[in-house]
Design a protein around this ligand. Structure first.
Ligand code: ATP
Ligand code: MG
Length: 153
């Protein structure tokens, strides 16, 4: 149940979230949504994306994690209203050790590995991941997962 997993991840990040006084919203199309995936890997994906969102929001930070049905799959998105990613850097964020000029200059911690790991996990699941961003407006990561049944959830 991907929605339950998302709730657990929000709780795991609770400390960071309250420290920065961020508003986190979970927005699920249906109450229970089952996917066929490796739980630990997808937890890692969610934690990485949500941790990035927490790192890169500023004042009045808002993060929204959503699940919906999409082309016979489940679509998960993690959206923030943070600093955004420059058009000419957006294809590079998946590279190992890549950190944008902005995030380097702001001395945000991290090695620049999170998104490389995320993309590998999603590739291993034969799923898609993509990102939309506007500098100064925010960033939205999307990834798909195969639907599963409740029995093997
Ligand atoms: P690590 O994940 O290894 O702790 P990191 O967070 O810097 O370090 P990635 O998660 O791979 O590394 O992200 C790479 C870069 O992409 C970040 O340094 C940042 O420049 C940019 N980035 C990622 N997510 C966001 C986001 N939500 N908003 C703005 N920039 C982002
Ligand atoms: Mg990261």
């Amino acid at each position: 149940n991907i929605n339950e997993l998302i709730r657990r991840c929000i709780i795991k990040l609770e400390n960071f979230i309250t420290q920065k006084d961020i508003d986190v919203e979970a927005n699920f199309e249906e109450e229970d949504m089952y996917v066929r995936a490796d739980v630990d890997s997808i937890e890692r994906v969610l934690i990485n994306l949500m941790h990035n969102a927490v790192k890169f929001v500023c004042r009045n930070g808002k993060i929204k994690v959503s699940t919906s049905r999409y082309k016979n799959k489940i679509l998960v998105s993690v959206e923030d209203n943070g600093i955004g990613i420059d058009k000419n850097e957006i294809d590079l964020v998946w590279e190992r050790f890549y950190k944008s000029d902005k995030s380097r200059s702001k001395e945000k911690g991290g090695a620049g590995l999170g998104l490389a790991i995320v993309r590998n996990i999603i590739n291993d699941h034969r799923q898609e991941i993509w990102v939309e961003s506007e500098v100064g407006e925010g960033t939205k990561f999307y990834f798909t997962l195969d639907k599963g049944s409740s029995e093997n959830a």
